[in-house]
Design a protein around this ligand. Sequence first.
Ligand code: SAM
Ligand code: SF4
Length: 441
Amino acid sequence: MNKNSVYIETYGCQMNFADSELVMGILKNKGFEVTRNIDDANVILLNTCSVRDNAEQKIFHRLDHLKRIKRENPQAVIGILGCMAERLRKRLIEEKKIVDVVVGPDEYRRLPEYIDHAFGGEKGIGVKLSRTETYDDIIPYREDGISAWISVMRGCDKFCTFCVVPFTRGRERSRSLDSIVNEIKSLSERNFKEVTLLGQNVNSYNDEGRDFADLLGACANAAPDMRIRFTTSHPQDLSDKLLYTIAEHDNICNYIHLPVQSGSNRILELMNRTYTIEHYLNLIERARNIIPGVSFSTDIIAGFPTETEEDHRMTLEVMKEVKYDGAYMFKYSPREGTKAYSMKDDVPEEIKIRRLNEIIDLQQQISYEINQSLIGKEEVVLVEGVSKKSDEFLSGRTDTNKVAVFPKRDDIKVGDYVKIEITRATSATLFGASPVPVEVD
Ligand code: SAM
Ligand code: SF4
């Protein structure tokens, strides 16, 4: 076993995956090796998520499994990173004896120091949040591939009443535009073909007056052969300037993740989402006018405190009206420390589950109908790899983020763009024929 060999497991959102790459970058700079095999590691890190209770429970179970590793190798250092580190701090070290270090999202620079102390038998907690840390100068550790994530900002100032993120990831701050553009150029030189710009609310990006539309345009110009995606847009702040920027650049994907959360204005107000459904629907219409063919996905919460059948029906109505291409759908989960935590969690569990299932069923039907309407049309797909179901087929994604599967051809490889004709579709997958390579730049 290498003396300093680190293994990292990541839970939760894309932001956490990007943070894990950052952490590995920091540790590699200090001479650590990165391993994919937990049994080869003497440092085991879990990068955690606190957004819903079931995410935290999953990590507690995982910690119980890691006891075996600690038994077999008592010198191994076990660390908790990310949102749970921030939220549970001391409790993790006190209640979970196997945990040696607990480091929150703004203290990763000091992680090597904490690990060093842990090798000496000292437990450590670093959970201070920062108003300025953006890790601008750190080069994340990325294996070769075609898709990458870049965090363009950290934290969130929105304080939706259900959400722990402002408490676990701190105040909003943006990375410099120039450093992001340079990172994209170096990804392009490494043959990456797609980058997703990440932030809890990318629309409040601000680097000395340069806004998210400026950043997106600069990224699109810096790497014309790469697809540029971004997430998440808060409906309050999505500007026409941003919509025109998406429309102007062929390599900015025509796909917007625009979480609605609920279709009821009363619930939106209780959630402190700061927009009305009328504003939201107007935004969708403007986006459709400015960006022909744009597709949308969303996040929806079922069973927020006081949600009535009528509120729930309004959510279903908005889904039917917008016709989202996809949705992330959740049951409300009370989170300690948030404003909604003090509201009575009064929608009974079985009603939350029933409403969630209705939302999921409706979304599946909508996705199915949208995908069926694409039969006979052509789509450009970025090839990501061999299909999971058959090695006779390749799989990739369309500009609007739909998974597409099509027959293999010897001259088509991962990272190529191909045009296919859609011949069949389910709610989750498009099936295509006659792939033809296309040049994109
Ligand atoms: N910043 C993004 C936004 O504004 O939509 C999303 C961040 S959050 C990590 C992702 C999604 O988790 C939210 O959009 C929301 O639907 C869901 N979520 C957050 N807190 C939740 C809670 N307490 N219970 C259920 N779902 C929750
Ligand atoms: Fe949470 Fe709202 Fe911020 Fe998204 S915008 S991270 S849901 S507080």
